[in-house]
Design a protein around this ligand. Structure first.
Ligand SMILES: Cc1cc2nc3c(=O)[nH]c(=O)nc-3n(C[C@H](O)[C@H](O)[C@H](O)COP(=O)(O)OP(=O)(O)OC[C@H]3O[C@@H](n4cnc5c(N)ncnc54)[C@H](O)[C@@H]3O)c2cc1C
Length: 470
């Protein structure tokens, strides 16, 4: 059909149905640190005022529209597994979206994986926690290997000979995602493999066996068995629990053997997770995989608990960051959107909800940053108790509350909050649901401390209520 010669300027003919007004816009191009008064106060209060300039610069860098988009991209394109290359060689290669690698590189180049170990000083844990809290608001999945790499160091230090070899590469600010032996890398990442099908949180039920292979009765073993959850399977090495002749023990298991051959920690498949899509979690089998013992034989739980404890702390940081991300979206939306004659944040009931969300976020942040300070003073018995008790209970409480918090924020945004291409709150709700289940979930956290732990915590809380909040 021929086009009409002249287009009449009649709205009906043009199908000009409506004007788009009273809608939100993307929350981009803002400084995540500069607009977070509670964070700035916490950083100063807990002893890391010196990090203010670095955090301001970091907040600006990661708050640009392009950078924030990396978080969405990394979660829209899930990782893929190649067990073999096209010639038939076993490779166990997980391919990630480039956005994921950019997030990893930024995290490592800013020391989120290691700065308190490589540059220890007063407030180092606080500064690192603040950076992590900001970066997690952009994307949380990449935080899994960053956390595990950070958390592995205290466990590894129980065996100085291994730490001397591995710690310099663990703490280096170099991200090298290539699937090549660690000997060819200047920087490495570390994962954790405890959980088995039949045991789960009760790791004493683990059946993976460790056979000593050192001719001199040394620290080398070969591991045979399986691990049902191995997140970030592209890590260069893993802390693994297995049954040695002397009982359940902890091992450091590299991806590649020192002779350059593939160490048979074989990835069977990637899990289909409901949240945290950007980062892979896998099911694996160990077919005589070489590993070195960390700590003493039979003391595996004691050794790996150092790592688990640090991952719990990062769960506090990660969930608190989730609260902040959800709150920021809700506040932003409710500043723009009007309903029933007023901008939403002027409606009395909505103000109540927003204030509740803000209070809870700031409470979680206050507790988390207080623990961060204590992490830097563990030679002080009081601070050490605070880390041991409050990390377990704080992780339990904050991670448990956060999905509800995100859900409430979603409701503030209304129907658009539920959409996957919306204000990222739907993704947050899904992602945050799995945090309570990460290593060290509720009974383990509570049970580890038992009656004595609860008594000590009650004393701490009592002192805080009486005004001695140190
Ligand atoms: C996204 C994701 C990533 C993970 N990545 C890793 C990883 O990299 N490495 C790794 O080793 N593991 C990983 N895990 C596994 C995680 O550590 C386990 O899921 C967790 O330890 C619980 O084990 P389980 O799933 O077997 O549950 P179970 O141990 O079977 O527990 C099931 C439920 O029973 C409860 N329960 C257990 N004992 C008791 C009791 N005595 N009384 C009352 N209730 C009890 C638990 O709290 C839990 O709620 C990951 C999990 C998730 C969700």
């Amino acid at each position: 059909m021929n086009a009409p010669e002249a287009v009449p300027e009649d709205a009906r003919t043009l199908a000009d149905t409506h004007t788009v007004v009273n809608v939100s816009r993307d929350l981009v191009d803002y400084n995540l640190y500069a607009q977070d008064a509670a964070l700035q106060e916490a950083v100063g209060r807990e002893g890391a005022r010196w990090a203010h300039d670095a955090l301001t610069a970091f907040g600006r860098t990661i708050g640009t529209a392009d950078y924030l988009e990396l978080g969405a991209l990394a979660n829209r394109h899930p990782p893929e597994l190649d067990t073999h290359d096209r010639f038939g060689h076993r490779v166990d290669l997980v391919r990630f979206h480039p956005a994921y690698h950019t997030l990893m590189r930024t995290a490592i180049e800013h020391g989120l994986h290691a700065s308190p170990w490589s540059e220890p000083k007063p407030g180092a844990h606080v500064a690192r926690a603040a950076h992590t809290y900001l970066h997690t608001q952009v994307e949380a999945g990449h935080g899994c290997p960053i956390t595990m790499t950070f958390a592995a160091v205290p466990s590894l230090r129980t065996t100085p000979a291994l730490a001397a070899v591995w710690e310099p590469k663990i703490t280096a600010r170099v991200y090298d995602p290539r699937n090549v032996p660690d000997g060819r890398k200047a920087g490495v990442t570390i994962g954790m493999a405890m959980t088995e099908k039949q045991g789960g949180s009760d790791v004493r039920a683990n059946t993976t066996r460790a056979f000593p292979v050192g001719a001199d009765g040394g620290d080398a073993y070969e591991l045979v068995g399986h691990k049902f959850f191995v997140s970030a399977p592209m890590c260069d090495a893993f802390l693994v629990l297995a049954q040695a002749p002397g009982g359940l023990s902890c091992f450091l298991l590299p991806r590649w053997r020192p002779d350059g051959t593939k160490n048979p920690l074989q990835v069977l498949r990637l899990k289909r997770k409901m949240g945290n899509v950007s980062n892979a979690s896998s099911e694996t089998e160990l077919r005589g995989a070489l590993a070195w013992r960390v700590g003493e034989e039979g003391r595996g739980v004691r050794t790996i608990i150092e790592m688990v404890s640090m991952t719990r702390f990062d769960c506090m940081v990660g969930s608190t960051a989730g609260q902040r991300a959800a709150l920021a979206q809700a506040l932003h939306h409710c500043t723009i959107r009007a309903a029933f004659g007023q901008v939403l944040n002027r409606q009395p009931l909505m103000r109540n909800v927003l204030a509740d969300l803000a209070l809870e976020t700031e409470g979680a942040l206050t507790l988390t940053m207080r623990v961060a300070r204590a992490l830097g003073h563990r030679s002080d018995a009081h601070e050490d108790h605070l880390v041991r008790l409050v990390t377990a209970i704080g992780k339990y409480w904050i991670c448990k509350r956060t999905p509800n918090h995100a859900y409430e924020a979603m409701e503030c945004i209304g129907g658009s909050g539920v959409m996957e291409d919306g204000e990222r709150v739907a993704q947050l709700v899904r992602r945050l649901l799995d945090e309570p289940l990460l290593p060290g979930e509720r009974v383990v956290e509570a049970g580890e401390h038992g009656v004595e732990g609860v008594r000590q915590l009650a004393q701490l809380v009592g002192r805080a209520v009486q005004g001695d909040a140190t």
